[in-house]
Structures are given as structure tokens and as C-alpha cells.
Design a binder for this molecule. Structure first.
Ligand code: ZN
Length: 882
């Protein structure tokens, strides 16, 4: 734990490392409470360093140092080095030639509840080193621009740890007296220590192979606890799909002979791309049709691909420093988004990604924690694994892709790989490669890397019938963010299409250009006019197609215009967006009616629009179901000056109920037509059928209709897959239902031995709008299956309540805030990383009324006064209050 005013690290202070570590030979004698680590480092002075220091400063935390030996023959004494809580300084190391330093220390994995470094999960020993966990294993130059060749030997009890894994290829193994055994691993590729991993435990393995485009056979292994071996097939298939896709789309082939994935039940993040040995949260590996939903299946494939893609974008080419995190994450998220789009439905994937960006990243960008995708400063780097770095980072890469086109982008990525393979580089190096390969100037575009905040585009237009021209005027403005009062105009690609009143495509022909179905406008100034010619009638304008930039769009449009676009826009994203704007505007109007105690009436244009959507034949049923979905309460909240969670909930529920009443027959028919008792079908057709059917069920269950309630109950009882069972349980928990209590009990009984399913059971109850939810959440905290030390469970109960239940979390009496603060204070010492992530629900306090603001800030101040506050929690809580 830290003192109360931790240090800030600044990008501008970056200097090259004073020393390099060329190779490291690690030896672990593994034990739950007392693991002995011997590290033999070969080092040399970095000739590029201008520092005159002759001392070597290594980082290390929570380590018990046993001995330090120089050049294999000189045992150093405490006169030769100094040890502090987080470093080891060795005085006067050789400057002229390489030298060897051998360090012996011990660590205690059992008390490591922060889950960084080496820790214990269900009897298995495993590691998490990104960002700065390696320093909790041994003393090292724990920074990504120090890349070394690792050899690792693991020694352990054969009975407790029959499987011993580390990075690279297995090179030797043997037996030792006392039922011990050892295995040696060698990774031929230089890597930073954050990519180091080891795993030891009683694990079973699913094995398969992949033949690369050049004909090499790669052995693929997925390791899990024995009872989970029947839930690995989808992860294996996903890995093979990802390997093929990366060869086809990026020309990237896997480099080692072995690729291993280990599923771990205690994990702070989603998964980790350690070289050749990925460590995964079980949530993103394990799936069987009866235990995992369709969206679990999709997320598993996406995360498996993401970590695999890191082998090139992250491992072969890594980050120079942690400020460059978006270099590997933004690019890799973009790659996994495109992969999932190709594998499933491009339209649906884009809408889901944009939904997440707009509800959560935009809020981050508008709040006290706003930061550019390449931050300038941090106290705790773990706090910068944010939606901004990941999701907005991916949008920035996507804009480069849009500006250069697929072919140009591929030329750029080829050059990036060719130039920087084996190096630790910066975001600037990435942009330079894109520029050089395409002979373009992205100088102004670079501002996306340094400017925080979400730009607002204001669009207006005039049609000149005599000249048959349309002038589109686009203004850009980016509100101030902490530390950035003034913003420069950005380079923004705006994709536009035009539609004639009869629904046909109008030509997009800019003055002096050629006609096309759609065009990408490059906005570079604060205000710019774009003149379209040859338009025989005033067209409807479809702006920001495909969400071509991460911006907010302000454009006066009547409900009729939006309804027209919902019927006629050929761009799948904008068609859906028109529907969301249409119903969103109406709900926001109703929110005002709720606040003023006016009678609620739904504009018939909404019912008509939904009726038309329902009447059309849709091939992509998942997309169809998105067209029928209402904007989330969180998204609606973002549209309000002062968020009123109660009024939003009432207005949205009213719209849902009114639509159900008016469209009951159509919704029922659709439900029945798509209801099958299917198991194990994961093609787009089956997934789409389940999705549209369950969307209908959710509407219908808003009605007080016993027959419909029986449908839900029946679906719950007979479901052969988790998607259907969960959807049925969800409508029973979220609406008054006679069998609610019984089904929750039955569900728990049925799945009590499947941790990931029980996480769903916790999350569902924690996010319910039912009036007794807060009492339920408190009771669940005392449930024997709840454990504050298991991050997945914490996210399922405390995370779902605080982040997915605005109605109850923001209860006017402040009980939700106090509850969350209690949990954060408890987690602060147990797991600082998870604790600091939970604060986000309090960060946006400025968006609420004065009374809630006072209640929320009081809890943030209470968190700040926690004894032994971790720097993770300190940074987020203090910045939230600033
Ligand atoms: Zn990643």
C-alpha cells in the first residue's frame, strides 16, 4: 500500500533505458506460500543513454531478497546495493562490458489477492504481469522497451502441479527426488517482461492443430480445470478461425510451434496475450450450449481472436512505454472488431460497438477522467486500461482505414510490420508507416492521439432547386476537458449518402468530382461547406454512415424525416440510427411529461414506424431485432442536461408497454414463428431466431397477460440452451411474474456448480428494476456463493448493480452510493485494481441533481479518507472529485 500522495509519471519525461537486459534465465521452485525465484540476468549499458549514473536501479515490490551475485562469482553485500519497498539499486555496475547479475528472492502467492504477479486461483498458480506485475515476481527493468530472451525452469511437486507451463517451447524436463519434477521452457523471441507467464496446476488439455499458410503445423492447446474440459471446443474453433483470418487479411502467420491458452477463474481483466501462453478469464473460454448464451459465444470468439492478434500487434511489435498503450490496444481492438464482423454480421457488430462507445466511452470523455487515447500522465497505469484507450483507440485506427481505404491500410500495416518487427515503438511510428506507405499527410489527423473529448458536429443544409445543388455545412467543436481548455480542429472522415423522396439513391457528386452512391467528406476546418451538384430534387441526407467518426452529431430532423430514413436508408448503421433517434427524441419528450406530471401519450408515428419494420421481411434477424430495440436508459441519460433516472425509466417503460399493446399480434406471431426448442445451433439463422424471439418476449411480458407469462415460464422450463433459458428468466425477474421466485431458486439449484452461470444469476438480480432489488443485493452479498476475492463475482453483483441499474443505484436516499463505497473500501486492500474500476459509477456525479451530487461526493470523500488507500483508488477518486 501507498502513502496518500502518490507520484505522477509523465510522457514528456520519457528517457531511454540506461541498461538493457539481453537474456534472463528464471528458475522457480514453486510453493503456495514460499516460492523461490532465481533470476540470472545478462545486462549491458545502453550506449544511447545519456545518463552518467553507474548504479543499476531495478524495480521490485513485495519481494523478500535472499542474495545478489555479480558475474557468477562475487556475492554482493548490503554495502554493494540498497533495497527499498519498490526497488533494488546495485552500485557501480560494470559500464564497459556486459555483466551477469543473479538475484534470489522469495514470494508468497497465497496472500496475493491483488492478482498481479504470481498468485493462486483454485489451487492453480498463475501470473499476470501487464502492466507492472513482473516486479512482484522478481527484481527487473520492468518497462516495455527492455526486451529480453527468456528461459524459464519450473520446479514443483508432481502431485499438486503436474502441469508446468511457461512461454515458448518446452526444451527439457525431468524428475527430482521427493516427488518433485521440473520443466524448462525457452522463448526464442525477445519480449518485455509484461509478456512473461507461468502456470502450474492440475489441468486438463484440449489439443488440436493449425496448419499455417506456409505449411507449418502448430500445436494448439487449451488448458482448463478437469471439470471444464467439455467447454473448450468453441474456444478452439475460434482460435483456428482467428489464425486463418489474420493470414488472409493481414498476411500475419503465427511464429512459435505451440500456442497455449489457460483458463483461470480469478482474473482482473478479460485475458492476457503472454507470448505463446495466453492466460484467460474462464468467462472468455468456457462455453457449452446449455451454459453459455449466444453473446457469450460471440465474446469468446472475439477475445480469443483479440489475444491471438496481439502476437503481431503487441508482442512482435510492442509499446515503447505505457503511454503508447493504444498502439497495441486500439489497433488490436479494431482488428478483432473486423474479424467478428466478418464472422457474424457486419451491421450488428458495428451497432453493438457504437452502442458501447456512445454510452460508456462518451461518458468517460465528458467527465473528470477524460484523457486522450495517448495519455500524457498517470499515477497508476492500471487505471488507463480504459474505454478511451481501447474503444476510441480502435475508432481512430478505423478512421485511418476509412481515409486510406482497405488496400491503402494494408500497405500501411505491411510497412509497419516490416519496419518495426522486434521493436518497442510509439503511436507516432504507426502513423508514420501509414503515411509513408500511402504518400499522404496525416499531420492534422495526429491530434486524435493528443486531444481528449468527443467532438460535436453540427450539420445544416440548403437545397437550391434552380441550380440543383445541395450545400452541406458542417461545423466541428470539441468541449474542454481537464487540462485542455482549447481544442484544435480535427481531421474527420464523414461518410455521406443522399436519398431521393421516392427512396431511390441520389448521386453524390461534389463540385468538380465524379458521381458515386456515397462519399467520404474530409472535414479539417472548424466550419466547412460541401456542395453537391446534379440533384433533381431535394434529397434526404444520411450523414456519418457506418458511424465513420467517434463524434456526436447535431442535426435538426423532424420525426417524419427520421421515419423516412428508417424505411429507406441503404446504410445499415444509419437506418438503425434513424430509428434510435426517432424513438429517443420521443422518449426524451416523455421524460419532460413525467417530470411535469402530464399525461403520457405516445406519438402514433412511432407505432407506425415499428409496424412498418415488423411488416418487412428481414434476412438478418439479429439486425431486425436491433431495429426493434429501444435505446438503453444509459444512452437516454447521456442526452439529458440533468439526468433523471426515475423519469427516464418511467418514460421508456411506457413506450415499451404502449408498443406491446399496439403491436401485440405481430409480436406474438413473430415469437411463435421463431420459437424452436433448439440446442447447439450456432449459425447466424439460429442465433437470429433466438434473438428476435426473445426481443418479442421482452415486449410482450410488459403486458399484464397470463397467457404470455405462461410462455415465459414454459420457455424457462423447456429451454435447451442458455440463451433461451436466460432470456425467459430475465423477463420474469424484470417484470412482475408469478413464478419469479421459484424459477430463481430452480436456476440456482440447476447451475450451482457452474461458476459462470451463477455469475449471470447474480447479475440478473442486481440489475433488475423490481422494487425489492436493493434488499436482494444486500442479501446476495451474504450468499455463500458470493466472494469479494473473485473479480467475476464482484463484477456480477456489485458491478451490475452500480453500472447496469441506474434506477436503484441512484435511489434518492443515497443507499446505493453508500453500499458501493462500502464495497470499494473493502476491496481497496484486497484488490486495488478491481476496487478502482468500481468507482466509475460515482465519477459522473456532476450529471445529477444537487441532492444526489452531495450524496455521491460525500461517498467519494469517504473513499478518499480510507486508511492505506491504494494508488489505483486514490487516482480515480481524487480525479473524480477534482
Ligand atoms: Zn489487448
Amino acid at each position: 500500500m501507498r502513502d496518500a500522495s502518490p507520484q505522477t509519471t509523465y510522457l514528456k519525461d520519457y528517457t531511454v533505458p540506461e541498461y538493457f537486459i539481453h537474456s534472463v534465465a528464471l528458475n522457480f521452485v514453486l510453493d503456495e506460500e514460499n516460492t523461490l525465484v532465481t533470476s540470472r540476468l545478462t545486462l549491458s549499458r545502453n550506449p544511447a543513454s545519456r545518463s552518467m549514473e553507474t548504479d543499476l536501479v531495478l524495480t521490485g515490490e513485495n519481494l523478500l531478497l535472499r542474495r545478489v551475485v555479480l558475474n557468477d562469482d562475487t556475492e554482493l553485500t548490503d554495502k554493494d546495493y540498497q533495497k527499498t519497498l519498490d526497488s533494488l539499486t546495485v552500485y557501480n555496475v560494470p559500464q564497459q562490458q556486459p555483466f551477469v547479475l543473479t538475484i534470489e528472492n522469495t514470494i508468497n502467492p497465497k496472500i496475493n489477492t491483488a492478482l498481479e504477479g504470481l498468485y493462486l486461483s483454485n489451487g492453480m498458480l498463475c501470473t499476470q504481469c501487464e502492466a507492472e506485475g513482473f516486479r512482484k515476481i522478481t527484481y527487473f527493468l520492468d518497462r516495455p522497451d527492455v526486451m529480453a530472451k527468456f528461459t524459464t525452469t519450473l520446479v514443483a511437486d508432481k502431485g499438486r502441479y503436474p502441469v508446468l507451463l511457461s512461454n515458448g517451447n518446452k526444451i527439457a524436463q525431468g524428475e527430482l527426488p521427493g516427488n518433485q519434477h521440473w520443466v524448462s521452457w525457452e522463448d526464442p523471441f525477445s519480449k518485455p517482461c509484461y509478456l512473461f507467464a507461468l502456470v502450474a496446476g492440475q489441468l486438463e488439455c484440449l489439443e488440436d492443430k493449425f496448419t499455417t499458410q506456409s505449411g507449418r503445423d502448430i500445436s494448439l492447446q487449451i488448458f482448463v480445470e478437469p471439470h471444464d474440459l467439455d467447454k473448450c471446443a468453441h474456444a478452439m474453433q475460434s482460435l483456428q478461425n482467428a489464425m486463418r483470418w489474420d493470414e488472409e487479411v493481414y498476411g500475419c502467420e503465427y511464429d512459435l510451434d505451440l500456442y497455449m491458452i489457460v483458463a483461470v477463474s480469478h482474473f482482473n481483466m478479460g485475458a492476457m496475450e503472454n507470448k505463446g501462453l495466453n492466460v484467460f478469464n474462464t468467462k472468455f473460454v468456457l462455453a457449452r450450449p446449455d451454459t453459455a448464451t449466444d453473446s457469450d459465444y460471440e465474446h469468446i470468439e472475439g477475445v480469443i481472436a483479440h489475444e491471438y492478434f496481439h502476437n503481431w500487434t503487441g508482442n512482435r511489435i510492442t509499446c515503447r512505454d505505457w503511454f503508447q498503450l493504444s498502439l497495441k490496444e486500439g489497433f488490436t481492438v479494431f482488428r478483432d472488431q473486423e474479424f467478428t464482423g466478418d464472422r457474424t454480421s457486419k451491421a450488428v457488430k458495428r451497432i453493438e460497438d457504437v452502442n458501447m462507445l456512445r454510452t460508456r466511452q462518451f461518458a468517460e470523455d465528458a467527465g473528470p477522467l477524460a484523457h486522450p487515447i495517448r495519455p500524457d500522465a498517470y499515477i497508476e497505469i492500471n487505471n488507463f486500461y480504459t474505454l478511451t484507450v481501447y474503444e476510441k483507440g480502435a475508432e481512430v485506427v478505423r478512421m485511418i482505414h476509412t481515409l486510406l481505404g482497405a488496400e491503402g491500410f494494408r500497405k500501411g500495416s505491411d510497412l509497419y510490420f516490416a519496419r518495426h518487427d522486434g521493436q518497442a515503438v510509439t503511436c507516432e511510428d504507426f502513423v508514420k508507416a501509414m503515411e509513408a506507405a500511402n504518400n499522404v499527410d496525416l499531420s492534422q489527423f495526429r491530434r486524435w492521439y493528443s486531444q481528449a473529448g468527443t467532438p460535436v458536429l453540427t450539420v445544416s443544409h440548403t437545397y437550391n432547386a434552380a441550380g440543383q445543388t445541395l450545400t452541406l455545412t458542417i461545423k466541428q467543436h470539441c468541449p474542454p476537458t481537464p487540462g485542455q481548455a482549447v481544442k484544435e480542429p480535427l481531421h474527420i472522415p464523414v461518410k455521406v449518402g443522399l436519398i431521393y423522396p421516392d427512396g431511390s439513391v441520389a448521386p453524390c457528386q461534389l463540385e468538380g468530382g465524379t458521381a458515386a452512391d456515397e462519399v467520404i467528406l474530409e472535414l479539417t476546418q472548424a466550419e466547412q461547406d460541401f456542395v453537391f451538384t446534379g440533384l433533381t430534387a431535394a434529397p434526404a441526407i444520411s450523414v456519418l454512415r457506418g458511424f465513420s467518426a467517434p463524434v456526436k452529431l447535431v442535426m435538426e430532423r423532424s420525426l417524419e424525416e427520421l421515419a423516412f430514413l428508417l424505411s429507406h436508408d441503404s446504410d445499415t448503421f444509419n437506418r438503425w440510427e434513424a430509428g434510435q433517434q426517432l424513438v429517443g427524441q420521443v422518449i426524451i419528450g416523455l421524460v419532460a411529461d413525467v417530470q411535469n406530471n402530464r399525461e403520457l401519450r405516445l406519438d402514433p408515428i412511432i407505432i407506425d414506424a415499428f409496424r412498418q419494420v415488423l411488416a418487412q421481411p428481414w434476412e438478418d434477424l439479429s439486425y431486425f431485432s436491433l431495429l426493434l430495440s429501444l435505446p438503453s436508459e444509459t444512452y437516454l441519460a447521456e442526452q439529458m442536461e440533468v439526468i433523471d433516472v426515475v423519469a427516464i425509466h418511467k418514460a421508456r417503460e411506457f413506450v415499451k408497454l404502449t408498443l406491446a399493446e399496439n403491436l401485440q399480434n405481430a409480436l406474438q406471431t413473430l415469437y411463435l414463428n421463431n420459437h424452436r426448442d433448439e440446442s447447439g445451433q450456432f449459425d447466424a439463422g439460429a442465433i437470429g431466431r433466438r434473438r428476435i424471439k426473445n426481443t418479442c418476449l421482452s415486449y410482450l411480458c410488459a403486458l399484464d397477460d397470463l397467457a404470455i407469462k405462461n410462455w415465459a415460464h414454459q420457455q424457462f422450463k423447456t429451454a435447451k440452451n442458455m440463451t433461451d433459458q436466460m432470456a425467459a428468466l430475465s423477463v420474469m425477474v424484470n417484470n412482475p411474474h408469478y413464478a419469479r421466485k421459484q424459477c430463481l431458486t430452480d436456476f440456482y439449484q440447476q447451475w450451482q456448480h457452474e461458476a459462470l452461470v451463477i455469475d449471470k444469476w447474480f447479475a440478473l438480480q442486481a440489475s433488475s428494476p423490481a422494487p425489492d432489488t436493493f434488499a436482494t443485493v444486500q442479501a446476495l452479498m451474504a450468499h455463500p456463493a458470493f466472494d469479494l476475492g473473485t473479480p467475476n463475482r464482484v463484477r456480477a453483483l456489485i458491478g451490475a448493480f452500480s453500472q447496469a441499474n441506474p434506477l436503484h443505484f441512484h435511489a434518492a436516499n443515497g443507499q446505493g452510493y453508500q453500499f458501493l463505497a462500502d464495497q470499494i473500501i473493502a476491496l481497496n486492500t484486497l484488490n486495488p485494481q478491481v476496487a478502482s474500476r468500481m468507482i466509475s459509477a460515482l465519477t459522473s456525479w456532476r450529471r445529477y441533481d444537487a441532492s444526489r451530487q452531495a450524496l455521491m461526493t460525500a461517498q467519494l470523500e469517504r473513499i478518499m479518507s480510507t486508511e492505506a488507500i491504494s494508488k489505483d483508488v486514490y487516482e480515480i477518486a481524487s480525479k473524480s472529485l477534482a
